[in-house]
Write a protein that binds this ligand. Structure first.
Ligand code: AMP
Ligand code: MG
Length: 358
């Protein structure tokens, strides 16, 4: 990176009234208008924001993250007027979705308005959403421009769910970080293409297929993220390695008893090869791992009964294995229903396709 800056870290209480005029938000909005990068919390993960109308500003996002330049960015809006500055056209079917899911973790792909910087997307479409986080909304409204923002991590690493994760990845590369505490949903937004019929999910995320089905009736899924290698994903970002911890993660799919047996076997093998080992367990299985004392690090990513707890904790746990220097990990799989679909998509990517069925 050519430019080393001093990254400001601003703590903001997201619950105070009139956030828009709080001094850190005003300063951060000023930086956005000046063409600088500011990281901010959303309800999904932390985003790395730039003025969506400025090519020069958006260009900096790719440098800071080391993001491939063909991977388009999602534009975040603070009110409905901004929707029409971002999208050239809003199809009728968008409105019931907006009504039900905005603000929230649903990104709609729409025809792109001319004002949108080319660096945001070189395609004819633009992804747009209204985040459900008071600090994100206050920042966008105070900046008075839509904000293009991918996740605020170095490309390839797990997405940040805390300001500290952003600092670890981007300190010295961006102007400021707004720290609003931990994010809630934990996985990114669902990307839904409304320019095709029926609408198609290009990336599973915080709004589930079942929820979209209730509003739309018919909703298709990009076959590429069912890990079918012969399909090229329609969302450019889906083809890259993502969310990966530094060590090697293997997922084991099967009945609880058989999966446990296989995971123990893999761990024994890794230990015999001199590797430090970890298991990404759940509240249901963590006890057994603690008892058998096989692994160097056991972390639970939540309860199998509550996929939202898994979504919320997943990225932080993957980063913890990195902090502990773990070289080899095994993990459980989850049913691809509800939020489980997004969780499994991220896990499969983090594992780089290393899945064993028993
Ligand atoms: P991130 O910014 O890291 O949350 O990633 C955004 C995701 O949305 C990536 O998978 C992008 O490829 C996808 N995306 C954003 N805009 C578009 C678009 N116009 N067409 C297709 N995919 C998009
Ligand atoms: Mg990302």
């Amino acid at each position: 990176m050519d430019r080393i800056v001093e990254t400001k870290l601003w703590n903001v209480d997201k619950n105070v009234e009139d956030l828009e005029s709080c001094s850190q938000v005003v300063d951060a909005a000023h930086l956005i208008r000046e063409g600088e990068l500011v990281a901010f919390p959303t309800e999904t993960v932390y985003g790395l924001g730039a003025n969506a109308f400025s090519d020069e500003a958006v260009e900096k996002i790719y440098h800071a993250k080391g993001r491939p330049s063909d991977n388009p960015l999602i534009v975040h809006i603070g009110d409905m007027d901004q929707l029409h500055e971002v999208a050239r056209e809003v199809p009728e079917m968008a409105y019931p979705l907006i009504e039900r899911f905005w603000p929230g973790p649903l990104t709609l792909l729409l025809p792109k308005a001319e004002k949108i910087a080319t660096q945001v997307t070189k395609l004819d479409t633009v992804g747009v959403r209204m985040p459900d986080h008071p600090l994100a909304l206050a920042l966008i409204r105070a900046a008075r421009v839509p904000i293009a923002a991918p996740s605020a991590n170095r490309s390839g690493r797990p997405s940040p769910t805390m300001a500290e994760h952003v600092r670890q990845d981007l300190d010295g590369r961006i102007a400021a970080i707004l720290d609003g505490g931990e994010t809630g949903v934990g996985v990114e937004s669902t990307v839904l293409d409304l320019t095709v019929s029926p609408p198609m999910i290009l990336r599973p995320g915080g709004i589930t297929r079942e929820q979209l089905h209730e509003v739309l009736g018919d909703v298709a899924i990009d076959p590429a993220f069912e890990a079918k290698a012969e399909h090229v994903p329609r969302s450019p970002g889906m083809k890259y390695t993502h969310y990966a911890p530094q060590g090697e993660l293997w997922l084991v799919d099967g009945s609880p008893e058989q999966a446990q047996k296989k995971m123990e076997e893999l761990i024994r093998e890794a230990k015999a090869n001199g590797l430090s080992t970890g298991v990404l367990a759940t509240d249901e299985t963590i006890g057994a791992w603690r008892k058998n004392g096989l692994v160097d690090a056991v972390l639970s990513c939540g309860s199998r009964q509550d996929p939202s707890s898994i979504a919320q904790l997943l990225y932080a746990r993957l980063r913890e294995f990195d902090d502990l220097g773990i070289q080899y990990m095994v993990g459980e799989t989850f049913p691809k229903q509800g939020l489980g679909m997004a969780v499994m998509n991220r896990l499969e990517k983090a594992a780089g396709g290393r899945i064993i069925s028993v």
